[in-house]
Design a protein around this ligand. Structure first.
Ligand SMILES: [Zn+2]
Length: 511
């Protein structure tokens, strides 16, 4: 196999999309002038960092590597996965290779690159990170360096993608590309080093609050720019590229074999020996368990209305949320079971909930990851004093906890519900209810009654009291609580759901 390059450097621009076209990038313009460019490379859906960087570094789609922002913050990537990172493939072929990763977002070193490869890892910000890299290059003859620049994404969330602040961050990170490339040039390595610039995803323009987001499949979110120069990269324009093709490109340049478990390929035309229009291999297939849901026909909304939820949240866009909804932190709308699902990062929602006291129930499709501490998923509270009336939280590997406040005895009662084994990561339909007059709390999973308890008190929610529904938290004033999972089709009812209601819901949702 021909070796085109002795080294490769991947500059990762988090959240920069194709915004290089709207802001000065003098270093990229100069360095990549005679290289290859792809103006619209397609990234993974959902357009979220862990999913997208996972695919860029592991050469597979995001269902295969299974990485999420939450998973990457918690545990190392399995060292024996059938989908190795580009770092692991290099290590297995070149045991002495010097490998390095400089990241502004530590999840990449923690949870995306395998931890047993001896990669030189630095988690630092801005100048400190670049200085560490320049020092490293001066003293090490490396084979692969990966950079993660978080600042474009940070500014995109805060001010909107394409805002002056976001564009300025892309230009700032461009200067870092210049400084690193200068260090490589000083070593005389510019010719035989494959340099790559690539974002993981883009993002949306400023919303009404002046903020941006990503996770969806709009053009501004799903397309990114890709630049390649040196190390055999042709002077050409690339078409039909996916960002997961980056890992094969790096291996091909280094003359190393590409794993046949990957469903990616070297972009056609990037190197002189790679023809265009080769099909992308299927790789090792993956099985994903999903309940079979009926397709939404429009009639569904009416059928569900037979149960008359006081609130029904299908999460088609953030704009359809009730008036007065407060949104905090990072939230994403991603492909769910039937439509869109709400994915929590560190974000939460709080909205008016038109309950009139008495009995209360909720239903939701729910996909959760294993958690260590108690993580509130959904709660109903009194708007005036903030006291919780009703809350469902995730705890431990496979537990949900339903808490109900019993006003007449002034106590909160918790009932713990163990999920059927190994439900973590799969979709379940959860329903919780409290029948105020009888003082009975019930919980059901996948349309089957699971637990029913007579509680030692009654819930007497005063008429005319003003309720709020909170998602992802039970207290908006405590930041950083994270429910690691997704919700779809959340409904709140001002009554206790009966077993017949569950049968109706099952017929409504399932094929
Ligand atoms: Zn982001």
């Amino acid at each position: 196999m021909k070796q085109w390059a002795k080294r490769a450097v991947l500059f990762g621009f988090d959240g920069a999309g194709t915004f290089f076209e709207q802001t000065p990038t003098p270093n990229i313009d100069r360095i990549f002038r005679s290289g290859a460019v792809c103006r619209r490379a397609l990234t993974e859906i959902p357009t979220i960092s862990a999913e997208c960087w996972g695919s860029i570094l592991h050469g597979v789609d995001c269902r295969r590597h299974g990485l999420t922002n939450w998973v990457t913050g918690k545990r190392p990537f399995p060292a024996d996965s059938p989908y190795p990172s580009v770092f692991r493939v290099i290590r297995e072929n070149r045991p002495d290779a010097e490998l390095a990763s400089f990241c502004e977002w530590s999840n990449i070193n923690l949870g995306i690159i395998e931890n047993n490869l001896g990669v030189y890892e630095v988690n630092a910000k801005g100048d400190e990170m670049i200085q560490a890299a320049v020092d490293y290059i001066r003293t090490h003859d490396f084979i692969l360096i990966y950079f993660h620049f978080d600042i474009p994404d940070h500014e995109g969330h805060a001010h909107g993608y394409g805002s002056p602040e976001h564009l300025a961050a892309v230009t700032l990170a461009d200067s870092w590309v210049g400084r690193v490339t200068e260090a490589i040039e000083k070593r005389g390595w510019l010719e035989d080093t494959l340099l790559l610039v690539e974002p993981d995803h883009g993002g949306t323009p400023p919303d009404e609050q002046g903020r941006g987001s990503h996770g969806g499949d709009s053009d501004a979110e799903k397309y990114v720019s890709f630049f390649a120069a040196g190390g055999g990269a042709q002077h050409t324009e690339l078409h039909d590229m996916m960002t997961r093709d980056t890992a094969p490109a790096i291996l091909h340049a280094l003359g190393l074999p590409i794993p046949d478990t990957w469903n990616s390929r070297v972009p056609g035309g990037l190197f002189a020996d790679v023809p265009e229009n080769l099909p992308r291999p299927k790789g090792l297939p993956v099985r994903v368990e999903k309940p079979k849901l009926k397709k939404e026909s429009g009639a569904f909304e009416k059928e569900l209305a037979g149960l008359m939820p006081v609130l029904h949240l299908p999460f088609t866009t953030f704009d359809v949320l009730p008036e007065g909804t407060e949104r905090s932190g990072k939230l994403y709308l991603v492909d769910g079971l039937r439509g869109k699902a709400l994915r929590f990062d560190d974000g939460a929602l709080c909205m008016p909930c038109p309950l009139e006291g008495g009995s209360v129930s909720f239903t939701a499709w729910l996909r959760l990851e294993a958690v260590e501490n108690r993580m509130p998923v959904l709660s109903v509270r009194c708007a005036e004093d903030g006291s919780a009336w009703f809350c469902i939280a995730a705890t431990g590997e496979d537990h949900l906890v339903l808490s109900v406040r019993l006003f007449d005895v002034g106590k909160t009662r918790h009932m713990e519900v163990g999920l059927p084994a190994k439900r973590t990561g799969t979709w379940i339909f959860a329903a919780g209810s409290f029948e105020a007059e009888a003082g009975v709390a019930g919980f059901s999973l996948n349309f089957e009654p699971f637990m029913r308890q007579l509680l030692p008190g009654r819930q007497v929610m005063g008429k005319g009291e003003y309720a709020q529904l909170l998602l992802g938290t039970d207290d908006l004033s405590t930041p950083g609580q994270r429910f690691p999972g997704e919700l779809e089709d959340v409904c709140v009812y001002n009554k206790a759901l009966t077993d017949e209601d569950l049968v109706k819901l099952k017929a409504y949702y399932l094929e």
